[in-house]
Structures are given as structure tokens and as C-alpha cells.
Design a protein. Structure first.
Length: 308
């Protein structure tokens, strides 16, 4: 009988441990599949970055360098163009038109990449995007603001590569794996947790362990986000504006930060609730009322001597 109880406890502990490990993985898969892969949510997430000074500076530098190169080539190397263009772009990044262009550009890029990941046709080249419509909006706005040389900004339909050809197949496999994991990992975690609690001999102790494990999974998820941020920024090429990339990473992973705190709070609450409900309720016993009762006379035996 004792060996069977030990076996049940071992099975319960294994089920709960695996369930707690699957929780942060399921959250990551769900975030990638339902948050990042939804164009509307993605655009709403990155839209506030249009007002971030680091993002504005990065866009002004990147677009300014390209525009200056094109304009200098078309104006026979007129170096006086550069200051006007950079000043105009810095001013433009603080306007409503820039926010509109920022959202339109991100929507176009996201739609193009997502379509490529979901496409079943074999890849024949890199994933490209045409930003001519966005450039046309920017040019129209700059012309309305009377920026010098704005009418010479070229609006050409060029295929701008956003995903190299050699990485398309791997990204497709990863996307499909995450899409499946986002559904099955949470279901597997719930099934294992329920099985562990059901099989356990001491269900209260198993529930407490499950709560602590969920809280620990929240901590691990938060650490994974911090580590991922450090590794992502470290692997960026030198031409990428790091403060802007950090701002984008923080905006995209804000949901994971919220999920980690939620897991920590839920796990700690479950463990504490089980702990408190398992304690015996101490009740004060009322002292018995003192009643005055007449003592019962003790019969005494008298010896009667009869004289004969």
C-alpha cells in the first residue's frame, strides 16, 4: 500500500512539474502566434513609437541618408541639399503625417511578411515590399510644407528586401510550429496539472506546489524577456540604431511582461489560498457556567447499641 502511495505522489509531482514548464512556453507561443502575427495588433502596438524621440531620430537618419544620396545625384553633387533635407525630416517626424506614414509603412511590411510565412508555395526569392505608396504620402506632405527639393524626391516602385531568401523556409517552419504550439501547449499544461492533482494522495500539497510552480514560471518568463532583449540588441548590425531597436523590442514584449506578472500573481494566490484554507480553525471554548448546587449530604452510619 505504501509503495502505491509513493508511486502516485511521484506521478503527481512529475505531471505538475511538466505542466509548470509548459506554461511559459505556451505563453511565448501564444504571444508570437496571436499577438505578433495579427497585423492590427502589431500596428496598434508600434503606433505610439512614432512619438518616441529615438525612433524619430533613427527614421530621420535612415531616410535622410537615402534621400540625400538621391538628391545629390540628381543635383550634380550639390552639398547644400543635405542640411535642408535633414532639418525638414526632423521636423516632419514630429507631425501627424509622419505618424500616418509610420503606421502605413509598418502595416505594409507586416502584411507582406505574414503573407510570405503563410504561403504554401515554394520560396523562389527574398520577401520584398514596395514602399512607393508610403514615399508618395511623405513627398506630398513635404511639398505641402514647402520643403526645398521635395518635388525631386523619387517615388519609384522598388522591391525592398525585408527577409533574405535563405531564411524564408526556416521562418515558415518556425511560424507553423509556433501556431500549433500556441493551441496545444496550454491544453497540455492544463491536462497535466489536473491529472497531477487528481492522482496525488495529498491534493492540498500538490495544489500548493502547482501554485508555486506557476509563480516560478512567471519569474522565468520575465527573465527570458530580459535575456532575449540583451541577445537581440547584441546581434544587431552596426548600422542599426540601437536605442530605437530597444524601444521597438520593449513595445512588442510589453504583453509578455504583463503575462509574467499575471502568472506570478495567480500562482502565489493559489498557493496562499490553499495554505490558508488548509489550516484548522481555532475556536475559543467558552468556559462552562459555574452553578451553585446544594451539596448532597453524605449518609453517615451510626451504630446503635441496644441494651438487652
Amino acid at each position: 500500500m505504501g509503495s502505491w502511495s509513493g508511486t502516485r505522489e511521484g506521478i503527481a509531482a512529475a505531471c505538475v512539474a511538466v505542466a509548470c514548464l509548459l506554461v511559459p512556453l505556451g505563453v511565448l507561443a501564444g504571444w508570437a502566434s496571436y499577438d505578433l502575427a495579427d497585423t492590427g495588433r502589431y500596428v496598434r502596438t508600434v503606433a505610439p513609437l512614432a512619438e518616441d524621440p529615438t525612433v524619430q531620430a533613427a527614421v530621420a537618419d535612415a531616410v535622410g541618408d537615402e534621400v540625400v544620396r538621391e538628391l545629390e545625384a540628381r543635383t550634380e553633387g550639390d552639398a547644400s541639399v543635405a542640411p535642408f533635407v535633414r532639418d525638414a525630416l526632423e521636423s516632419f517626424t514630429r507631425t501627424d503625417a509622419f505618424r500616418t506614414a509610420w503606421e502605413a509603412g509598418n502595416r505594409t511590411v507586416h502584411d507582406t511578411v505574414l503573407h510570405a510565412l503563410r504561403d504554401d508555395a515554394p520560396s523562389t526569392g527574398p520577401v520584398t515590399v514596395d514602399l512607393a505608396t508610403v514615399t508618395a504620402q511623405v513627398k506630398q506632405r513635404l511639398e505641402a510644407d514647402r520643403m526645398p527639393y521635395a518635388h525631386r524626391i523619387p517615388v519609384e516602385h522598388t522591391a525592398l528586401p525585408v527577409v533574405p531568401a535563405e531564411k524564408v523556409a526556416g521562418l515558415r517552419r518556425g511560424y507553423r510550429l509556433l501556431d500549433a504550439a500556441a493551441l496545444w501547449l496550454p491544453l497540455a499544461a492544463v491536462a497535466l496539472a489536473v491529472t497531477g492533482v487528481t492522482v496525488a494522495v495529498s491534493r492540498r500539497r500538490t495544489l500548493t506546489a502547482a501554485g508555486l510552480g506557476i509563480a516560478l514560471s512567471g519569474v522565468l518568463l520575465a527573465l527570458a524577456v530580459v535575456l532575449g532583449r540583451r541577445l537581440t540588441l547584441a546581434d544587431l548590425p552596426g548600422t542599426v540604431h540601437r536605442p530605437a531597436a530597444a524601444a521597438v523590442y520593449d513595445a512588442l514584449t510589453a504583453t509578455l511582461h504583463t503575462a509574467s506578472w499575471l502568472l506570478l500573481a495567480v500562482g502565489a494566490t493559489v498557493a496562499l489560498a490553499v495554505r490558508l484554507t488548509g489550516r484548522p480553525v481555532l475556536r475559543r471554548r467558552r468556559p462552562a457556567p459555574i452553578t451553585c448546587s446544594t451539596p448532597t449530604p453524605v449518609p453517615t452510619s451510626t451504630s446503635t447499641h441496644t441494651r438487652t
